[in-house]
Design a protein around this ligand. Structure first.
Ligand SMILES: [Zn+2]
Length: 438
């Protein structure tokens, strides 16, 4: 457009002549002819440059390299033209995910955490709430990447697990619901306990109460949200201090006695020696699934190239298949890892289970909630101003001990409190990672 206009200006005499160090054009037919040629040439140069750049980018994408600036936690290695993990910052990003999935932090808190840890945007600005949400939903961190609104498999090293990523997506969805008004600061034990009468969630509120003599009392209490449409709930509220006391004693009840811990560790060591040979059938099965998914992806691409599948369907379906493939690949790696490496996590668990008394005494209510959530899951009920845990589900459909180790421990402690010590039986199957039996 500019070229045409310049020639027009020369035509009507608005421009007398154009002079450059290497070229010059006069207002003559020859002058205007060579000026037009110069424009045509530069147009061709720019067009083919952009075509080559696009081709180069597509080539990179096909090789699994994100053809753009690496996100926080990664660096563009200009030497190898690949994207590499930035050790320090990737750890902070992982911590941000882990903090967020616990559910007691807002996006603002995550942004604050990133700022405090020295993570900024590429231009050195503070990470905003929106940017934090972008980071928490970027599939780049699990080894995929989005380019041209399509999901691709990346060659770069993932820094968080697919499982953690999925949890973060659920939390983003859950916390992003518009009906969650932040009118009252979230209280530590919110979302942990359900109402024994109507099954709705127990929520917390912070209140100020002014007495006649001018003293102001501040307190937090927990109550049923009473949102059930079928049951008219008449449960009363409970002061935070009381709830804390009751929860603490529930946690204490689960803690692992020292003599049990010693016996468990002995048995685990023995089991570990015996289970050297591992079961590869599960892994093989999963590997077959991965290869069938790869085949599906290939067929999908062919369908798209043959114009049998339209572009929107292609992208949607490809995203789904890639996500599934990633999950199974991760299962394979944790499975083969677990097979040889369950003893250390088990020892950690024993230690943790022995430390519950300390956590019960702790004043950090959020830490207590995280702990209670892990032990009791969604089994905590509040009714008639008392918190209780519904019985652990430990028998699976095969009639064997199942559930998580906390369920098994709770069941065992309940059993132990009912029977004389001499009749306590210890399971003969021992401690495999998936079915901790007692
Ligand atoms: Zn209720």
């Amino acid at each position: 457009m500019d070229g045409g206009q310049i020639i027009y200006f020369v035509d009507i005499g608005l421009l007398a002549s154009l002079k450059f160090p290497s070229h010059w054009f006069e207002n003559t037919p020859q002058g205007k002819f060579s000026l037009s040629m110069a424009f045509v040439q530069s147009k061709y140069y720019v067009d083919s440059l952009s075509e080559n750049t696009k081709r180069g980018l597509r080539q990179k994408v096909r090789m699994g390299i994100f053809p753009s600036q690496a996100p926080v936690g990664y660096l563009n290695d200009s030497r190898t033209k690949t994207i590499v993990v930035e050790k320090k910052k990737s750890k902070i990003v992982r911590l941000a995910f882990e903090r967020y999935v616990k559910g007691n932090q807002r996006l603002e808190d995550i942004a604050e955490f990133l700022a405090k840890s020295g993570v900024t945007t590429r231009t050195g600005k503070r990470i905003s709430k929106t940017k934090a949400s972008f980071i928490l939903s970027n599939p780049f961190y699990i080894g995929l990447f989005k380019y041209g609104s399509e999901l691709h498999e990346g060659k770069h090293e993932p820094i968080i697990s697919k499982k953690l990523f999925d949890e973060a997506q659920e939390m983003l969805k859950f916390r992003g619901q518009p009906e969650r008004k932040p009118q009252n600061e979230p209280q530590p034990f919110c979302g942990l306990i359900s109402c024994a009468s109507c099954g709705m969630m127990i929520t917390g509120e912070h209140k100020f109460k002014r007495q006649k003599n001018g003293n102001v009392h501040e307190y937090t209490y927990y109550r049923c949200t009473k949102k059930s449409k079928n049951i008219k709930c008449s449960e009363m509220s409970l002061r935070s201090e009381k709830l804390d006391e009751q929860l603490s004693s529930l946690i204490k009840l689960v803690s692992l006695p020292k003599d049990w811990a010693e016996e468990l560790l002995k048995m685990a060591e023995k089991d570990f020696k015996n289970s050297a040979q591992s079961n590869f059938a599960g892994v093989k099965d999963k590997e077959e699934k991965v290869s069938s998914l790869s085949k599906k992806l290939e067929r999908l691409l062919n369908g798209y190239l043959d114009q049998v599948v339209d572009e929107q369907d292609y992208r949607l379906e490809k995203g789904k298949l890639l996500s599934e493939k990633k999950s199974i690949e991760e299962e394979i790696s944790t499975f083969s890892h677990k097979q040889n490496n369950w003893l250390a996590p088990f020892k950690n668990w024993v230690k943790e289970a022995q430390n519950l008394n300390g956590i019960a005494r702790d004043t950090d209510l959020f830490a207590k909630k995280v702990c209670a959530k892990e032990i009791f899951g969604s089994n905590l009920l509040l009714g008639e101003k008392l918190v209780r845990a519904s019985a652990p589900k430990i028998l699976n459909s095969f009639g064997k001990f199942g559930g998580n180790p906390w369920d098994a421990l709770r069941a065992s402690r309940i059993l132990a409190s009912k029977k004389p010590m001499s009749s306590l039986m210890v399971g003969t199957t021992g401690f495999e990672p998936v079915t901790p039996a007692m």
